[in-house]
Design a protein around this ligand. Structure first.
Ligand SMILES: Cc1cc2nc3c(=O)[nH]c(=O)nc-3n(C[C@H](O)[C@H](O)[C@H](O)COP(=O)(O)OP(=O)(O)OC[C@H]3O[C@@H](n4cnc5c(N)ncnc54)[C@H](O)[C@@H]3O)c2cc1C
Length: 329
């Protein structure tokens, strides 16, 4: 069967890739979007779908989930091919200038230009070192909160002292029967305002405590914690343990794709061009003078990358997309 060469492949379906995809559709490009996660939305879906965001233009307040749903509506207007759960492992430019992409599931994709909207890379949460926790993942042990509903009326242990840990503790406290937060030190790495709120809340805070293991038949029923000076252990009856140890992402594979990296970011110029002709990049993955890692800046960079990719594919085209308000839909 003849291979199907698309105009554009966007790798990464976070806010940057999703909004960039909208522009690819607007510019009449045949495009697909690929993400290693099983859901659209990148960091927003993986780390804070239930939280409210206040700095997206035109939305005084929008939950992460709502923003991703609206981006999906905007993106899918053009019926792109959306491939989820596949990580792009290899990018190869052929003699005929077509890019050949290979995913970890063996999928092959062909295109004339690429936009990398990789965020922090395909990220995975840093796991607790005790392997006894692994069988309980999805059965009470969670590295983040995707939905608040299962927590209603339950007892939850939150582990960690950074922004995510405090945010989840504060959001879960009003709906859970009880929330306990343990932190291995006596200082939090979270915003001062969150620390203040936490101290004023009903969350049971235990400092100098760490998680040893969890126990339970089929699901978590108990967490074993210990005071890290005395090593004295305590068993807490809980239904959920939410761990917040941060995320790890590897980006070294980008060097194999021929891309220059600067401190784990891809340097780009004002057109969002990388050092490889035909490969553009946008969002949290890029660096340039004045770069800010925000949804708002990712939107603008995604639009810029896609519109200049259009001129790469067809040099007779203008980068300027015109005004969408002139369209009749
Ligand atoms: C807790 C938290 C709260 C935040 N709050 C705000 C806020 O209030 N306002 C704000 O503006 N910003 C906020 N941010 C930052 C914001 O989420 C990011 O700036 C934004 O998500 C970046 O979007 P992106 O699309 O560039 O990258 P990401 O959202 O990281 O998406 C990148 C996607 O690329 C995929 N990917 C990576 N490598 C591959 C590969 N090889 N193959 C296939 N897929 C791949 C990843 O799976 C991921 O889905 C917050 C971040 C966090 C963690």
């Amino acid at each position: 069967m003849a291979e199907d060469v698309f105009d554009l492949v966007i790798i990464g379906a976070g806010p940057t890739g999703m909004f960039g995809g909208f522009y690819a559709g607007l510019r009449g490009m045949k495009f697909k979007i690929i993400d290693s996660m099983e859901a659209l939305g990148g960091q927003v879906s993986a780390m804070y779908p239930e939280k409210d965001i206040f700095d997206v233009a035109g939305f005084p307040r929008v939950s992460g989930k709502r923003l991703v749903a609206d981006l999906e509506e905007q993106l899918t207007r053009f019926k792109p091919e959306v491939i989820l759960g596949e990580k792009v492992a290899k990018v190869n430019r052929r003699m005929d200038n077509v890019f050949e992409l290979t995913t970890d599931k063996g999928g092959k994709h062909f295109c004339k230009a690429i936009v990398l909207a990789l965020g922090m890379g395909s990220f995975t949460p840093k796991k607790h070192p005790n392997p006894e926790l692994a069988p309980y993942e999805g059965k009470g042990v969670q590295y983040g909160v995707l939905s608040m509903d299962p927590f209603k009326g339950k007892r939850t242990l939150v582990v960690g002292g950074g922004d995510s840990a405090l945010d989840w503790a504060l959001m879960l406290e009003p709906i859970c029967d009880k929330v306990t937060l343990i932190h291995r030190r006596d200082e939090f790495r979270a915003h001062e305002a969150s620390v203040k709120k936490l101290k004023a809340s009903k969350v049971d805070i235990k400092l100098w405590y760490e998680l040893k293991t969890v126990r339970g038949k089929d699901k978590v029923q108990e967490a074993v914690i210990y005071e890290n000076h005395t090593m004295a252990e305590e068993a807490l009856p809980v239904d959920f343990v939410v761990l917040n140890f941060g995320f790890q992402a590897s980006l070294t594979f980008l060097k194999d794709w021929g891309l220059t990296l600067e401190k784990n970011k891809i340097p780009v110029n004002q057109k969002m061009e990388t050092n490889v002709p035909g490969i553009y990049a946008a969002g949290d993955i890029v660096t340039h003078p004045g770069k800010l890692d925000l949804i708002a800046t990712g939107f603008a960079e995604g639009a810029t990358a896609v519109n200049f990719a259009k001129t790469y594919i067809n040099p007779n085209e203008k980068a300027e997309p015109g005004h969408s308000s002139n369209l009749k839909w």
